[in-house]
Design a protein around this ligand. Sequence first.
Ligand code: GLA
Length: 384
Amino acid sequence: MHDPTVFRSMHFERFHGEPAIFVAPGRVNLIGEHTDYAEGFVMPVAINFATLAGISPRSDGKIVVYSENFREERTFEAAALPVKRSGHWSDYPMGVVHVLAGEGHRIPGFSLSLWGDVPLGSGLSSSASVEVATALAVESLVGASYPGPVLARLCQRAENHFVGASSGIMDQFISVNGKENHALLLDCRDLSFQLAPIPDRVALVIANTMVKHSVAGGDYTTRRAEAEEACHILACHRPEIRFLRDATLDDLDKWGDEIPPNARKRAKHIITENQRTVAAAKALLNSDLHELGRLMAEAHWSYSHDFEASCVEADAMVNLAQDLPGLIGARLTGGGFGGCTINLVEQKAAGTFAEALGGRYAAQIGIVPEIHICHASGGAHHYA
Ligand code: GLA
């Protein structure tokens, strides 16, 4: 199904309409975890796993959404759009439709087919890629054309308010704005960004622990609430601290005693992670891969010990990579509590690295992992 021409005929056979096709990538985050909703910094990369959305108009006033992954179809009335989630996969595309309707667009009937190869629930932003592909598709139908950062915000709103996951802006932003062969340092305060080329000699090796993660799940929300609690206490002393982005380790030293221990650790992670992320972008821009790898190792330690968002399997996947030839840096990526690790690896060693890591993980954990050698792809677009 990688071939969009197969996807096109699948849509045509089902709906008897010629689809316009849009593609939106998943992402892997090199560094900067749980910093986006604290208005901090992240450095993700769009990857060559994506969602395809095919859309064609209908004249019966219905919205029919089909997922080839789930082999399931759902029908809605364009004149009576759902106003709240149903706990079904269709919440992701319908959340986007709901948000676009809220922006004042009259939503006509349409058929939408979705198919994607972003592994689900693995911390590679399958949901953002569905939202962004749907947004581009529906946008084309209603004749709208939002600038990339605005489109990303609309998709985030669908996820926050319709799907009910309290995620930040990172995933939707990189899916819209990613650039081939580049990582993107994003300032989540004002959505300004800087692209950093990924050298040819570096491969992105993504290792799936096969432990499922969910942003809609309770752990993500608990961590976020703890971070916000810490921020609130610091802000009582220094009102200019609106988000943890504005706080320093000095602030934590001065007023940390007033913060419950867990919340204090979460804040420490976010404050130090922001510093590491900016430093990592600088290292990548200077081709200082040694420094980049060191910062990734520190970030993993902080994610695991201060933020406590890792798990036995992810820690094992990171540890088992450490002495393999070619490794530049490894850490757990995404929302945490499972999912994938990102390993930056010397390109020429990537194949043997992937094989050795998979073997070691299977022997230690008893689960055969999926390991992908990926590259940095472009952002979402109309498939010509
Ligand atoms: C998930 C969320 C993002 C971000 C990461 C953690 O992917 O969707 O907004 O918070 O977790 O960095």
